[in-house]
Write a protein that binds this ligand. Structure first.
Ligand code: SF4
Length: 227
């Protein structure tokens, strides 16, 4: 009986997800080869979004920033306190580390695109909940369609699991390229995790160097790994 109820609830969730994607004009999770909307048009469509409960506590929607034609996109989990205040992604302590990581690759923040799975800060920086991800993710998918990066670096568990539609842990996903509709996705640890566990930085640097090789980025002359 309990199993039947669980199955029914899963089926209801799946149907809700399918109809949400249809409503958003997304036929499947895979990214199609055309760019139906620009980033500005997607932002307009998002509007003063109230599609999930996070709208009640956010100060600003954190849409994303950077080059609309970037070859490399970073996707994190969601805004923290500083991001919520400024309306910009990755501007707190973890953001400074991400900036250092980008510089170590010989790039600037303006040359990549940075976004998150959800665009509003969860209260007290708690983890995003499934209904919030379900509501927000279609806009990220449209942003990906618009940008068509060659590589997406998924930062942390929620980003990797959401983009790749898997429950595998980040430790199993990181360091390898995965496919999202022809776009290469390389998951690595989230900069906030690196602040707590600096001993993991060499693994992230290895991951970033794989992305650099994939994008034919020149290694900076002196070793410039994020510290
Ligand atoms: S998290 Fe996303 S879906 Fe929820 S209110 Fe913010 S912008 Fe809308």
């Amino acid at each position: 009986m309990e199993n039947r109820r669980t199955l029914a609830s899963l089926a209801r969730g799946l149907l809700a997800k399918v109809s949400w994607y249809q409503e958003m004009g997304i036929e499947e999770m895979k990214v199609p080869p055309h760019t139906p909307l620009t980033l500005e048009e997607i932002r307009t469509q998002l509007g003063d979004c109230q599609r999930c409960k996070l709208c009640a506590t956010r100060k600003n929607i954190v849409y994303g920033s950077g080059d609309p034609h970037a070859a490399l996109m970073f996707v994190g989990e969601g805004p923290g306190e500083e991001e919520d205040l400024q309306g910009l992604p990755f501007v707190g302590r973890a953001g400074q580390l991400l900036t250092d990581m980008i510089k170590a690759m010989g790039l600037t923040r303006e040359e990549v695109y940075i976004a998150n799975i959800i665009k509003c800060r969860p209260p007290k920086n708690r983890n995003p909940q499934p209904d919030e991800i379900l509501s927000c993710e279609p806009f990220l998918m449209k942003q990906i369609q618009a940008i068509r990066p060659k590589v997406i670096c998924a930062l942390g568990t929620f980003s990797a699991q959401t983009l790749l539609q898997t429950k595998l842990p980040i430790s199993a996903l990181r360091g390898k390229f995965h496919d999202l509709g022809g776009i290469k996705v390389l998951p690595t640890f989230h900069p906030a995790y690196l602040l707590r566990s600096p001993g993991e930085k060499p693994k992230v640097w290895e991951d970033l160097q794989k992305i650099m090789a994939e994008l034919n980025l020149k290694k900076p002359e002196k070793k410039n790994s994020p510290s």
